[in-house]
Design a protein around this ligand. Structure first.
Ligand code: NDP
Length: 287
């Protein structure tokens, strides 16, 4: 029997995960089926229970169900517990396990693919939502000199920094407080602002000389990256590499092998996955 996997979300028609995992399966010679599962709001636990009861092997989880998936997983990994969110579920001897691969996916894209240095760097993480919380532990594990979290709702930035205070030199603040702060080596946009063609109100001088990353991605550079490039950023990258790397990490968890990602990222940039999802209604996507 072919092993069955899904990505569960709402909406989910835009997801490129079926295409990515189909490519991983080809590249590793694994036989698997991977589909989209549109789950009604409020219906995650029922849908996941049914999927695994019907013999499903593993599930990726996207917006807005990552916290539901964390509650659903009887056995979350340490990093999933720290993130309070799960994007990868699987069943092993009747027990549902959960992991969060966003952090390792981001770090792999930054360090291995892009060659950016996090160790010893001054890092600004913009946003304090699910994505920021999911990647914070992995970023701090790289030992940056300082990691400042800035968020529109200041209390969320401070709470997040307090939650990870034992993991490294991290602090939370509001945008107004950045006025007197030193430059950063790396600026990571973990807000959803780009999805609405908006930019977080960062002082323009911070972009000059910094490596700037937007976890969002799309067919064109995001507004955040366009602003960063115009303000003199050293280099710019969007979250497509993170998308593929977090998927590769899920594949590793499920299948015990890390698929090669370089060609998959290149093919996605060329728009190959578009062939597999003619119904995709959105240009900017979220996983
Ligand atoms: P959440 O809804 O959990 O959090 C949204 C965050 O964005 C909050 O910090 C919110 O601030 C902030 N925000 C929203 N709009 C604005 C704005 N106009 N100005 C400033 N701040 C704003 O979303 P997620 O954390 O789940 O997702 C964030 C981003 O990460 C999305 O773009 C998503 O696509 C991307 N992502 C990419 C992945 C990948 O693999 N490439 C994986 C996961 C996420 P406040 O707290 O004040 O509301």
């Amino acid at each position: 029997m072919t092993d069955r996997y899904v990505v569960a979300g709402n909406p989910v028609a835009h997801s490129r995960s079926p295409w990515i995992h189909a490519r991983f399966a080809q590249l590793t010679g694994h036989d698997l089926e991977y589909r989209r599962l549109l789950v009604p709001l409020g219906g995650f636990a029922d849908a996941a229970t049914r999927f695994f009861a019907d013999g499903g092997k593993g599930m990726n989880v996207t917006v807005p169900f990552k916290r539901d998936a964390f509650r659903f997983a009887g056995y979350p990994t340490l990093r999933a517990s720290r993130a309070g969110a799960v994007n990868t579920l699987w069943i092993d001897r009747g027990h549902v396990h959960g992991d969060n691969t966003d952090g390792p996916g981001l770090v792999r894209d930054l360090v291995a693919n892009l060659g950016w240095r996090i160790a010893g760097a001054r890092v600004l993480l913009v946003g304090a939502g699910g994505a920021a919380r999911g990647v914070l532990g992995s970023l701090l594990a790289c030992r940056p000199a300082a990691l400042v979290i800035v968020n529109r709702t200041v209390a969320r930035a401070r709470e997040l920094a307090a939650l990870f205070a034992d993991d490294g030199n991290t602090s939370g603040c509001g945008f107004a407080e950045l006025a007197g702060v030193d430059a950063f080596d790396v600026i990571l946009n973990g807000t959803s602002a780009s999805l609405f063609n908006e930019v977080p109100p960062l002082p323009g001088r911070l972009f000059a000389g910094a490596a700037c990353y937007d976890m969002a991605y799309g067919d064109e550079p995001t507004v955040f990256l366009a602003q960063a490039a115009a303000a003199g950023a050293r280099s710019c990258a969007d979250g497509l590499g993170m998308l593929v790397e977090q998927a590769a990490e899920s594949f590793l968890v499920w299948r015990g092998i890390r698929p090669p990602t370089e060609d998959v990222i290149r093919e996605l940039r060329r728009g190959s996955a578009g062939d597999a999802q003619p119904d995709a209604p959105e240009q900017r996507t979220t996983e």
